[in-house]
Design a protein around this ligand. Structure first.
Ligand code: ZN
Length: 196
């Protein structure tokens, strides 16, 4: 089932999310719905708070990035097959040089900004079957994980840009809050203006 994506301004996006246990109600279904919702919106990642759940869960599928012809065929292949569910993730280490990339977010439609993040991460998480992993990721995959991990910590990519840029997108963020954004996927806006 495609779920509405929570828009900028909703308090659930600012929550430090809670860990869950294996018997969390309807977990398999929630995960399946999150993938479906993400694919429907052409996203490469989606975190539980973006569908209104304050739990430490996010899903990633970087396939669309694998179409980028500027990347090596090795990188393309890796990105095309990277599909993973992260439960109760804890970032253990972020290292390497910070590099900029133009990011967007399904909860913040029509806003894109360069965000600087470390090249390489070490992260601990559980998969859908609650097997524990500690993995190292780098490059674009690390970046997508960092973006989604921020979501379960209540952080948005727009928090990571300069004060000037924050000022420049203020009106756009206000419009999203008021339900004036028109993405081609279903959204739940924080404070829609009456009569709309
Ligand atoms: Zn996002």
């Amino acid at each position: 089932m495609i779920l509405p994506i929570v828009g900028y301004g909703d308090p659930v996006l600012r929550k430090v999310c809670e860990p869950i246990s294996q018997d969390y109600p309807h977990l398999k279904q929630i995960i399946a719905d999150m993938y479906e919702t993400m694919y429907n919106a052409y996203g490469v990642g989606l975190a539980a708070p973006q569908v209104g759940l304050g739990i430490r869960l996010f899903v990633i599928d970087t396939k669309p990035f694998g179409e980028d012809d500027d990347l090596s065929s090795e990188e393309q292949t890796e990105l095309k097959s990277f599909r993973k569910t992260f439960i109760n993730a804890q970032m253990l280490k972020e290292e390497g040089e910070e590099w900029g990339f133009n990011e967007g977010c399904l909860s913040i439609p029509e806003v894109r900004e360069d965000v600087y993040r470390h090249e390489k991460i070490t992260i601990e998480y559980y998969d859908e079957d609650f097997n524990k992993h500690t993995d190292v990721f780098d490059g674009l995959i690390a970046r997508v994980i960092q973006h989604e991990y921020d979501h379960i910590e209540g952080i948005l990519f727009t928090d990571k840009i300069s004060t000037l840029k924050k000022q420049l997108i203020k009106k756009k963020l206000q419009n999203i809050m008021e339900g004036k954004a028109r993405p081609d996927y279903k959204m739940k806006f924080a404070a829609p203006k009456k009569g709309r």
